[in-house]
Design a protein around this ligand. Structure first.
Ligand code: F6P
Length: 477
């Protein structure tokens, strides 16, 4: 197998396996944000992507897709349960999102996480050429940088953490806190969404491993042949973004614009359409949003017919208990609110437990007067950026949680603490009643930021820092 100069390692491959009615199997590019984010990187020659094929026991050879080499890593059904649903999404995900749900610490899950991370590291080591670069993605693979460095000391390693990194007071709960930090510190560059995440990580590194940090640098020391060996790792913020231009193009497409008008009509042409778009996840604050909206109807500050909330909640991690319970709660709440307030002509909440193609999402963004992003904790939240990019005529209001990484950049949004239901209600009313002049002033500033810093800048910034280290290293050899 030919080896690649740059290897991306992520939990999932950038493709989904589809089986046609006649039984023929093929691969289709998956719709996720990470795939779009890395598209410009993967378009260049000499690239490979290591990841899981999305189904149990899929043990197939590497294959080429749209010019890149894809290297599938097999996972058995028990491993999906213990590594992916268990340690990644039952331990790390809730712990790193400020324990909104209680993390479960189970030793068998940890053992499986170590074993699967080892497999990903081996696959990356086999795929990368001498002196090449491996770029590891996200919390499912935090041990890969160290394991890979042990296998391939010639390789320069980057890691990007797409979700928050918690404050030490929470992180310190993790029974394997030392091993996870050591795993991450195998990388030469460790990227975070916000400076606060990089700061939390550095503090944990100081407290647990006693390494010295200065500004964005960590001095990583390890015993080598009886003496101390040291190198410098970079830990800093590289906020991820979107391919803004592709959203602008879709927003200007006459078919998409016509669909936006049709959506408004199908909802009975209410004065105000409010929109929420999330994976169905307890970190997204969907319950808080529904509570605030329901109370506004109850108080008579909003009325059905004048205002409709469209809530897209795409199915996610449905076999994890906390997600199944959340779905039940949300659906009970939506049913109650609609039961109390719907009329024959209008609905209070149009709830869609479905995923939609990008064209339909942009049509929804165009149809919506107010976008509600009320996450209780979120690494970045790309929906906020997508809404802003799509509003080419500078209308519309973004209401954005202070606890989403995007709030660091999108400071002209209406920023909200979603835990404060009274405050959230008042801000929803402010958004609904905002004058066209204020909407335009705010939207222009938001759009400037999203257009100035798009996803290509993000990957360029981090890969540039990785490359500087690689050049310096290869020069020393
Ligand atoms: O942003 C966090 C993340 O886990 C990504 O790594 C992933 O692409 C997305 O959420 C969807 O999650 P999952 O792969 O668990 O369906």
């Amino acid at each position: 197998m030919s080896r690649a100069d740059l290897v991306v390692v992520a939990n999932r491959l950038p493709v989904d396996r589809v089986i046609a009615p006649d039984g023929e199997e093929s691969w289709r590019r998956s719709p996720g944000g990470l795939v779009t984010a890395l598209e410009p990187v993967m378009r260049k020659p000499d690239r490979a992507w290591v990841g899981w094929g999305g189904q149990p026991d899929l043990d197939i050879e590497p294959f080429d897709f749209e010019g890149a080499r894809l290297v599938p890593v097999p996972l058995s059904a028990p491993e999906i349960e213990s590594y992916y649903e268990g340690f990644a999404n039952g331990t790390i995900w809730p712990l790193y999102h400020d324990v909104i749900a209680a993390p479960v610490y189970r030793r068998s899950w940890w053992e499986s996480y170590v074993q699967v991370n080892r497999r990903f590291a081996q696959a990356a080591a086999d795929a990368v050429e001498q002196g090449g670069v491996v770029w590891v993605q996200d919390y499912q693979l935090q041990l890969v940088p160290k394991l890979l460095r042990e296998l391939r000391p010639d390789v320069t390693i980057g890691y990007f953490h797409h979700i928050p990194f918690p404050a030490y007071g929470l992180y310190s709960q993790l029974p394997w806190r030392r091993q996870v930090l050591e795993g991450l510190l195998g990388a030469d560059v460790i990227g975070f969404q916000r400076q606060a995440d990089a700061g939390n990580f550095q503090r944990s590194v100081r407290r647990v491993l006693h390494h010295t940090t200065r500004s964005n640098e960590i001095v990583v020391t390890s015993p080598q042949d009886g003496k101390e060996d040291s190198r410098v790792a970079i830990a800093k913020a590289y906020p991820i973004s979107i391919d803004a231009q592709s959203y602008i193009e879709l927003a200007q497409d006459p078919k998409v614009r016509a669909r936006a008008v049709e959506i408004r009509e199908q909802l009975g042409n209410p004065k105000t359409i409010l929109l929420g778009v999330d994976r169905l996840d307890y970190t997204k604050g969907i319950r808080h949003r529904l509570k605030a909206f329901g109370e506004l109807l109850q108080d008579g500050r909003l009325t059905v017919g004048d205002a409709t909330l469209v809530q897209v909640a795409s199915p996610s991690r449905q076999r994890v208990d906390a997600y199944a319970e959340l779905r039940d709660e949300i659906e009970l709440t939506v049913g109650r609110i609609n039961g109390d307030y719907d009329t024959m002509h209008h609905t209070a909440i149009r709830y869609l437990h479905q995923g939609f193609p990008r064209e339909e999402m942009v049509a929804l963004y165009l149809a919506a007067d107010v976008m509600l992003v009320t996450a209780l904790r979120d690494g970045m939240n790309l929906v906020a950026k997508e809404y802003v990019a799509a509003r080419t005529d500078n209308t519309g209001v973004l209401l954005l949680s202070e606890f989403a990484g995007a709030a660091d950049e999108l400071t002209s949004a209406l920023l909200v603490n979603p835990h404060d239901i009274g405050g959230l209600k008042d801000l929803i009313m402010r958004a609904v009643e905002m004058s066209p002049g204020e909407q335009s002033r705010r939207m222009r500033a938001l759009r400037r930021r999203v257009l100035e810093h798009d996803v290509e800048d993000w990957s360029h910034d981090i890969l540039n820092d990785i490359d500087k280290i690689r050049t310096a290293r290869n020069a020393r050899r």
